[in-house]
Structures are given as C-alpha cells and as structure tokens.
Design a protein around this ligand. Structure first.
Ligand code: NAP
Length: 317
C-alpha cells in the first residue's frame, strides 16, 4: 500500500513541480528584453495588430524602436488604430496591410503582405489574429467554421512559412510568436473549433521551436489568461466566456510576456487562470477522464440548454 501511495505522490510531484518551476521562471525570472537589440532587428509584423492583444504588442515593439507592419481587417478598428499609433510613435515607421486572413488559399493576403514586406527584413513575427465562434459545430454554417479555422490556423502557417524561409535564407536571427489559448487544454463543446485551432498552434509552435533553435530563431507560444478585448464582444453570449471576461486583465500583459519570455521559454502560460487550468486539466485529471466528465456535464449547462431551445425553434420555423 505504502509503495502505491509513494508512486502516486512522486508521479504527482514530478508532473507539477517542474511545471511550476518553469512557470515561476517565465513569470518572475525573465526580465524584460529589448527585442530590437536581441535580434538586431529593424522590423516586426503583428497580425490582428489593430486591436486588443495585437495592438498592445504593436505598441510595445514600437516603444522599443522596432518598425512594425500591422496586419488586420481593413475596417474601422484599423483606421482608428492607424491614426493613433502614428501619432504616438512619430519616430517609428509603420506599414499597414488591411486584409482578410480567413481566405482559404491565402493568395490574396500573402500577396498584400509580400507587397509591404519584400523590401525589408521582418525578424519578429507575431501570429496573433484570431477569433472564436460559439454554438454547436453543425449549427454554424460551414463557411463560418472554415473562416474561423483559416484565420486561426491557415494564416499562421502561410505567414510563418514565408518569414521563416526569409530568415533562414538571409541567416538572420528572429522570433516567431503564436497567441494560443488555455481553451486548447480541454475539449470545448459549444466552441469546439476554437479550442482545436488553439491546441494546433501550441503543438505546432513547440515543434518549430526545436527545429529552428540552432538557427537562432526563437519560437514562443502564449496561453493568455482572460484579456479584456473585443474578443468577448465578438464571442456571443456564452456564460463561460462572460465569466472569463469578468476576470480579464489588460492586453499589455501579453506584450510584456512576449518581451520577457522570448528565447527564454517556449510555452508561456500567462497568469494564474491559465496555470490553474493547466494543473487541473492536464496534471490532476487525466485528459481521457476529463472528456468523459465533459460529455456527462454539458447537458446541464445553460449554454447547452439555450442551444437546444434555439435548435427546436429553428425546426419549427
Ligand atoms: N482576449 C482573450 O481573453 C484571449 C485569450 C486567449 C487567447 N486570445 C487570442 O488572442 C488573439 C487576439 O485576440 P484579442 O483578444 O486581442 O481580440 P480582438 O481585440 O478581437 O483582436 C483580434 C484581432 O484579429 C483581427 N482579425 C480577426 N479576424 C481577422 C481576419 N479574418 N483577418 C484579419 N484580421 C482579423 C481583428 O481585426 P478587427 O479588429 O478588425 O476585427 C483584431 O485586430 C486571438 O488569437 C485570440 O484567440 C484571446
């Protein structure tokens, strides 16, 4: 009996303690770095740079003297951000690519991005644009699901592939970041695509980090705790998201995390909510067991019940 107890104790200990050491190192042991100096860089590119986390990353990089290419939808957010950022940082150069990253082939937005970047060396690439679609997967039009998938995943592949090759060809140091999400730690019924796209980014980034370490290219994937941004206004009225929003922090914490953690850790679990979620969902509870609990529990949630009512009403129409 005592052998079994000590096996359980040491298994738990070995799973949680090294993780907490890494988290504490990332949060408190890594001081802010000047990314312009670290990578001897002139230009950065930030997708989804017109609002929320992306806008905070743009501001942070500009404050370090990096010139920034801002990629986002060509809409009113982009227009007002453009006006604000050039006034805030008159000494920094900005280029703006208004495009839609949800396109399946990526030819139009890659052409627009290349037009603005073929004559410069972009050494810091932040894959940040993304959004969530809520509701039961089959109830959401396929085009909407695919647009969500393409923005969250395909665009990151296209952009990273292009700029990694440019860095390798020119033998330049650099940084590629991905804004993932702690939603990817667990199955996310009622926003199933979002969690799946985010765990894709996490695994993809962790694999790239090993592939390019010897080339001087750092890869960092961030799992933010809830951040106050337009993300929630676009997310529908799901109660889990409304609760998360109440606990949200400023987008600047993610920009700070990038500057502190670049090249120091590969996965940045930012904030207490992400850390607690990771411990519960990946260390204390087995993932397979978690999926069974999720399946049993979902039917009792308000979001699921509301979806059933909506589906019934649609049938009667
Ligand atoms: N907020 C959170 O709590 C949280 C937590 C974990 C992860 N994240 C992730 O953080 C990233 C940034 O989100 P945020 O919180 O900063 O939300 P946000 O304020 O809505 O910013 C999203 C950005 O992506 C752009 N974007 C969305 N769809 C696009 C498309 N099809 N083509 C081009 N650009 C597009 C948006 O442009 P417009 O402004 O024009 O719409 C905006 O600049 C996302 O990947 C999100 O999944 C957020």
């Amino acid at each position: 009996m005592s052998i079994i107890c000590s096996v359980f104790f040491w298994t738990g200990f070995l799973a949680v303690v090294p993780y907490l050491v890494l988290v504490l190192y990332g949060a408190y042991g890594c001081k802010e770095q000047d990314l312009k100096k670290k990578y001897n860089a002139k230009w950065a590119l930030v997708t989804g740079g017109s609002s929320g986390i992306g806008a905070a990353i743009v501001r942070k990089l500009a404050s370090q003297g990096l010139n920034v290419v801002v990629v986002a939808l060509d809409d009113s957010f982009m227009a007002s951000f453009k006006e604000a950022i050039v006034t805030e940082f008159p000494q920094v150069s900005f280029r703006f690519v208004g495009c839609n990253l949800s396109e399946a082939q990526g030819t139009t937005y890659m052409a627009a991005i290349r037009e603005q970047t073929d004559d410069i060396d972009v050494q810091v690439v932040c894959n940040n644009a993304g959004f969530i679609t809520t509701g039961a997967f089959a109830d959401i039009p396929l085009e909407r699901n695919m647009a969500n998938y393409n923005t969250n995943v395909t665009a990151c592949l296209q952009i990273s592939h292009h700029f990694l090759n440019r860095l390798l060809d020119r033998q330049l140091k650099g940084l590629v970041t991905f804004t993932s999400s702690s939603a990817g730690f667990i199955p996310n019924p009622m926003s199933s695509l979002y969690a799946s796209t985010k765990i894709f980014l996490t695994t993809f980034a962790a694999s790239l980090a090993a592939e390019y370490a010897e080339d001087g290219i750092d890869v960092l994937v961030i799992h933010p705790s809830p951040i106050n941004s337009n993300f929630y206004s676009n997310a529908g009225k799901m109660s889990a998201l409304l609760s998360a929003q109440k606990l949200s922090s400023s987008p600047s914490v993610i920009a700070d995390t990038i500057c502190c953690n670049a090249g120091k850790v590969i996965v940045a679990d930012q904030g207490i909510i992400t850390v607690v979620m990771k411990i519960i969902t990946t260390k204390l509870l087995d993932w397979n067991v978690f999926t069974e609990i999720m399946k049993l529990a979902l039917r009792y949630t308000g979001d699921y019940k509301a979806m059933k009512v909506r589906r019934q009403a649609n049938k009667q129409d």
